[in-house]
Design a protein around this ligand. Structure first.
Ligand code: HPA
Ligand code: MOS
Length: 750
């Protein structure tokens, strides 16, 4: 099936929230943001701004009718800073005016007189000063302290990884309309309509049922709208509430880059111990997570780092510790992979360093330690499949690695200034929210009297193709053509108490809910048809290709006749269903449990060609063997794998988020912040799906796809290190990401 939005996107006909027409009376909001990273407001002059023609209101913390409080895990963040300022870009006031230009002009006129303190920007400094957002977490298995004595080789080191800008094409925005009885209707570009609803209700002092949130498609999110879409929606609602007029807030690119949080930078220490033949016996890792100024999702992200500390490997003795460090930068937030990429970079670096020290190719250590079926992860869950090894083997057999390495050696010997490198990257990613209670979704399905079907779920379409998958699941379950199915917007009035579309679970959980709701309707229809047609038990009936079948025999009724007759017989053609991922649990005291429904496995080969005169490079080949279960839609899954790979490569090579010593974002434009483009992407990307007996609980044996392939990009980091080493064999690898051309060049000639 073709991705159903392709045509709309190509023709520019897709409607993002800013494209929906709004009443002429709509007012526009602009944000006044903190100019300092740490300190307090002494005085604030609002009078000048208020006098500007067209300005309708300037709202501050004092104007919040409910609680000036945001937060989905820890409620530590004000919507508008009261007195204390915690990061540059923190919202302080909202200006509402008749045009966006006027609102921004007025916002720029607002003078903040502040007292400034020295900001904390570095997570290790925050740790030293006990500036932690939560208690440290520690996952442990075996006897990590005792195991070192048995190790023939021990390697230690540190790893730094940088932030990453989400750069969704559609910037953050929301639109609020006042409704009867003092309520609010919001159109919000969010991954989490329920979080927007709950937080906005709290800000306005309303019960949740007075706030309706509707989410049409998103122009990208990547995690950046899981938590941080809420602020702009709540601000638009605040403006609408005060002025009793529709208010829209739309960040421009520069504001979006400066105000919103990014991927968490991590600073980490590792120690790894191996037997003489390369078995990893013990691994110890400490993550210093730069969480930024407020909790946001940082504790959950740190938890996912701990879950993924050992990536695809079985290690008997492990101790992984995480510190959630509060600094004076914009709160870092969810980003594809949700802390797992940061953790996987560290274990790969540890193995790389151990390989260097032992004088063996590190891919041999990787291979030797891949997790097997029934091996334990450090959190006590058993691996459900042998797909870690199966994908690795398949990748190796496809790639003729010995020949590839020979060719590279010859090439490198012949070319003094151009060097090639290659690396393998296995990935193992757990599917489920690590907070068990979040693993629930619901669907509301209406079959209309003409046989068309409307489906509402908790899933948000953000370009990942979830609507295509849900339409396909609906059609398959009901036995009808996919053209009959419409996937509705995500709306809190139709789907209540939903989890964010995140953790790669959107198609899984909502797909299951759709199967359940469609199953209920189909059951009623079959019961009715069995009675009306006077044929035996209804279980013998099926709907297939738009026709009712008795066993293999097609009957006279097609889908439309079935539906019309059922309606006339007053059969309920609507159903709601709730899905809760079965069999998962996790104990946060012992840090043990079956935390995930299943794991997604895979392996990638990445090669790079490095210009050692300039430090510039080009990834040449990315070959991936990926376990997608029985893919619901291979075209969508391929797109997700390719996009994720390139985004992961960007993170470890090109994309550098820089702040100055005052905590001001330096890389706040696209001329200073480089993201991958088509010329940066590997010359050749091959994605092969591992077709084996699926070990998944996804709908129709499919597997989640959104996040796991991102981490294949980490292989690019080590391919680069290998190429650098070919130029300079004495080079001690520095595990600092991103490996920008500047950093490569400096390392080659320092
Ligand atoms: N993934 C994504 N988002 C989340 C999670 C998670 O595991 N937990 C809480 N929010
Ligand atoms: Mo995602 S980073 O779970 O939105």
């Amino acid at each position: 099936m073709k991705y159903r939005d392709t045509r709309l996107h190509l023709r520019g006909e897709s409607l993002f929230s800013d494209d929906h027409s709004v009443p002429e009376a709509t007012l526009m909001g602009a944000i006044v943001a903190s100019p300092i990273a740490r300190g307090r407001i002494l005085t604030m002059d609002l009078a000048t701004a208020k006098k500007i023609p067209g300005v309708k209101a300037v709202l501050t913390a004092d104007d919040i009718p409910g609680e000036n409080q945001l937060g989905n895990i820890i409620r530590d963040e004000p919507l508008l800073a009261g007195g204390e300022l915690r990061f540059i870009g923190q919202p302080v006031a909202l200006v509402v005016a008749d045009t966006a230009a006027t609102a921004r002009r007025a916002a720029a006129k607002i003078q903040l007189n502040c007292e400034e303190d020295t900001p904390i920007l570095d997570p290790r400094e925050a740790f030293e000063k006990n500036s932690l957002i939560a208690e440290p977490r520690c996952f442990q298995i075996g006897d990590p302290d005792g195991a070192w004595a048995d190790c023939a080789h021990i390697a230690e080191g540190t790893v730094e990884s940088g932030g990453q800008e989400h750069l969704y094409l559609e910037t953050q925005n929301a639109y609020a309309v006042p409704t009867e009885h003092g309520g609010i209707k919001l159109v919000s570009s969010t991954q989490s309509p329920t979080a927007v609803q709950r937080n906005t209700a709290g800000i306005l002092g309303l019960p949740m049922h007075m706030v309706e949130v509707d989410t049409p498609r998103l122009g990208g999110a990547f995690g950046g709208k899981e938590d941080q879409a809420t602020h702009w929606a709540a601000l638009a609602a605040l403006g609408a509430f005060h002025l009793n007029k529709p208010v829209k807030v739309l960040l421009d690119r520069w504001e979006d880059m400066r105000f919103t949080g990014k991927r968490h930078p991590y600073s980490s220490d590792f120690k790894i111990g191996l037997s003489a033949d390369g078995k990893i016996l013990a691994y110890q890792v400490t993550f210093y997570q730069n969480a930024g100024a407020f909790a946001d999702l940082s504790t959950a992200i740190l938890e996912r780092s701990l879950f993924h500390a050992t990536n695809s490997y079985f290690i008997p003795h492990v101790k992984a510790t995480g510190y959630c460090c509060r600094t004076n930068l914009p709160p870092f937030t969810a980003f594809r992979g949700f802390g797992a990429p940061q953790a996987m970079l560290v274990i790969e670096a540890a193995i790389h360093k151990a390989g260097g020290g032992m004088g063996i190719p590190y891919s041999r250590i990787q291979e030797k330690n891949l997790i097997r079926r029934n091996d334990l992860f450090p959190y006590g869950m058993k691996a459900r499949s042998g797909n870690a090894r199966a994908s690795w083997r398949r990748l190796k057999s496809m790639s003729a690695l010995p020949a590839l390495h020979r060719e590279m050696k010859t090439f490198n010997a012949k070319n003094p200034l151009v060097k090639k490198g290659a690396a393998l990257m296995p990935v193992c990613f757990g599917i489920s929210f690590t907070s068990t209670f979040m693993n629930q979704a619901n669907a509301l399905v209406h079959v209309y009297t003409d046989g068309s079907v409307g489906v509402s779920t908790a899933a948000v379409e953000m370009g990942q193709g979830v609507n295509s998958k849900l339409a396909q699941i609906t059609a398959r379950t009901l036995g009808i053509n996919v053209e009959r199915v419409k996937i509705e917007t995500t709306n809190t009035t139709r789907n209540a108490n939903t989890s964010p579309t995140a953790a790669s679970t959107g198609a899984d959980m909502n797909g299951h809910a759709v199967i359940m709701a469609c199953g209920t309707i189909l059951e009623r229809l079959k019961r009715f048809a069995a009675g009306a047609l006077e044929i035996g038990p209804h279980q013998n009936l099926a709907v297939f290709s738009e026709r009712v079948f008795l066993g293999n025999k097609p009957l006279a009724w097609d889908w439309q006749t079935l539906v019309r007759n059922a309606y006339l017989a007053r059969i309920n053609l609507s159903a709601q269903a709730h899905y809760a991922t079965p069999k998962i649990f996790f104990d946060r005291e012992t840090n043990k449990g079956r935390a995930f429904a299943y794991h997604v496995h895979g392996a990638a080969l990445i090669t790079v060609e490095l210009d050692c005169l300039r430090g510039t490079y080009r990834f040449e080949l990315a070959r991936i063997v990926h376990d997608a279960g029985q893919s619901l839609d291979p075209l969508i899954d391929r797109g997700q794998a390719e996009g994720a790979l390139v985004q992961g490569l960007g993170w470890i090579s090109l994309e550098e988020v820089l702040y100055d010593e005052k905590g001001r974002l330096i890389t706040d434009t696209l001329s200073g912040y480089k993201v991958p483009d088509i010329f940066f992407a590997p010359r050749e990307i091959q994605v092969d799906f591992l077709s084996r007996t699926p070990d998944s609980d996804g709908p129709y044996n499919s597997k989640a796809i959104g996040e796991p392939p991102y981490m294949y990009g980490i292989g690019g980091f080590f391919a680069l290190l290998e190429a650098m080493k070919a130029f300079r064999p004495d080079l001690e690898p520095d595990y600092t990401a991103p490996l920008t051309p500047e950093r490569v060049l400096t390392a080659l000639y320092s």
